[in-house]
Design a protein around this ligand. Structure first.
Ligand SMILES: NC(=O)CC[C@H](N)C(=O)O
Length: 385
């Protein structure tokens, strides 16, 4: 049977006018979507055709206004199963054509209603193709969405957007990470224990480990090495997370201790950038980043190409064409994005540690990269042997 939800929140609010103001002065006028009010963040575009529920609840999107390039959003409503964390983290949502009647067997409410319930301000009815081309040409930039009574004179709105902090230099992981440690039990027989440092972890990540017999101890971003080793881990994991990796000095110091102890290590996204830094590489901000679920990546260790899920605005600056000597031995770029040659993975050759810039947990996204969790298991098995 199909559940359909009639009468969305924007219909109830009679779609108040709304405006998106970019920091370079470009504006887009549309209608309120979700909560009515105002919000600020870095405007970025995501090319995923599906998976908006996972995108909106991914903590790595903290303080970002996400533009959906897919023109129709909300068609499958909102369910009680696909959240990647406890709440929506995007600071704003920009869509072209919201579903008037969402329909899916798992839907419990409309996306619009969920945005209202969580107080997330959005805008609909704008030319998202023109906006995306603008961001691609000029780069991701600060923006504000104003709707209803929040719409004031444009010069004032622009001045407020321009007064917002930049994403470069933003330290955000502590504001999204858990305060309390918790355990995700292994599914079936327990084979390994992993300490997972939560810098904005997505729910699917411990789940992908748990289904491989791993008991996952998720620890706060501020965990110390003593707290990590108190769980007696076979491996340590560093999660994805929001903000500029150049600010993550605490996690870099913790990872350095883990590397010194030669504990098997795996990092995803922010975790890859932290490994880059721990090895002595720099990080930099991409012009408009990679966000979507169809990005081609080559695993240079096997030559295979995989289609992968991405959400990153920063990247590691490491040489693609040679093995680097680091303080933890030889390191190489293991994965590269075939669209633009951005570093998508790192691996150490003299000790068990690796990371990827993209999302093998693939929520939402293709499952091509799930083998990386098996690689982590192999490293832990190797250490025991
Ligand atoms: N998903 C992530 O972990 C993102 C990492 C970092 N905040 C970036 O934008 O590059």
């Amino acid at each position: 049977m199909t559940t359909s939800i009639q009468g969305t929140a924007s219909q109830r609010q009679k779609a108040a006018p709304a405006v998106l103001v970019l920091e370079d002065g470009r504006t887009f006028r549309g209608r309120a979507y979700g909560a009515v009010g105002e919000t600020f963040g870095e405007a970025v575009f995501s090319t995923g055709m599906t998976g908006y529920q996972e995108t909106l609840t991914d903590p790595s999107y903290d303080r970002q206004i996400v533009v959906a390039t897919a023109p129709q959003i909300g068609n499958t409503g909102w369910n009680d199963e696909d959240d990647e964390s406890k709440r929506i983290w995007v600071s704003g949502y920009v869509v072209r054509d919201p579903a008037r009647v969402p329909s899916n067997w798992r839907a419990k409410r409309s996306l619009d209603d969920e945005l209202v319930a969580q107080g997330v301000v959005g805008i609909s009815g704008i030319d998202t193709r023109a906006l995306t081309r603008h961001l691609r040409e000029r780069g991701s930039m600060r923006a504000g969405i104003f709707s209803g009574e929040a719409i004031g004179p444009e010069a004032e709105l622009l001045a407020r957007v321009q007064a917002q902090p930049h994403m470069k230099g933003a330290s955000l992981y502590e504001e999204v990470a858990t305060q309390e440690a918790y355990v995700v039990p292994a599914v079936g027989e327990k084979r390994f224990t992993v300490a997972a440092i939560d810098l904005g972890i997505k729910g699917m990540t411990p789940h992908r480990m748990a289904e491989r017999g791993i008991e996952v101890h998720v620890l706060p971003a501020t965990a110390t090495a003593d707290e990590v080793y108190a769980v007696n881990p076979d491996g340590v994991f560093f999660s994805n997370g929001p903000g500029d990796p150049a600010t993550a000095d605490g996690p870099v110091a913790l990872m350095t201790e883990v590397l010194e102890r030669r504990t098997p290590l795996f990092g995803i996204c922010f975790g890859n950038q932290i490994l880059g830094r721990a090895l002595g590489f720099g990080t930099y901000k991409l012009k408009y980043g990679h966000r979507g679920i169809n990005q081609p990546v080559q695993d240079r260790t096997t030559g295979k190409v995989e289609v992968t899920a991405h959400n990153h605005g920063f990247a590691v600056d490491a040489p693609l064409d040679k093995v680097s000597e680091t303080k933890f031995g030889r390191a190489e770029v293991s994965h590269v994005c075939l669209n633009d040659d951005v570093v998508e993975g790192l691996q150490l050759l003299d000790q068990p540690a690796f990371s990827v810039q993209y999302h093998p947990e693939a929520a939402a996204g293709p499952h091509d990269a799930a083998y990386l969790f098996d690689r982590f298991v192999s490293l832990m098995e190797g250490q025991r042997a």
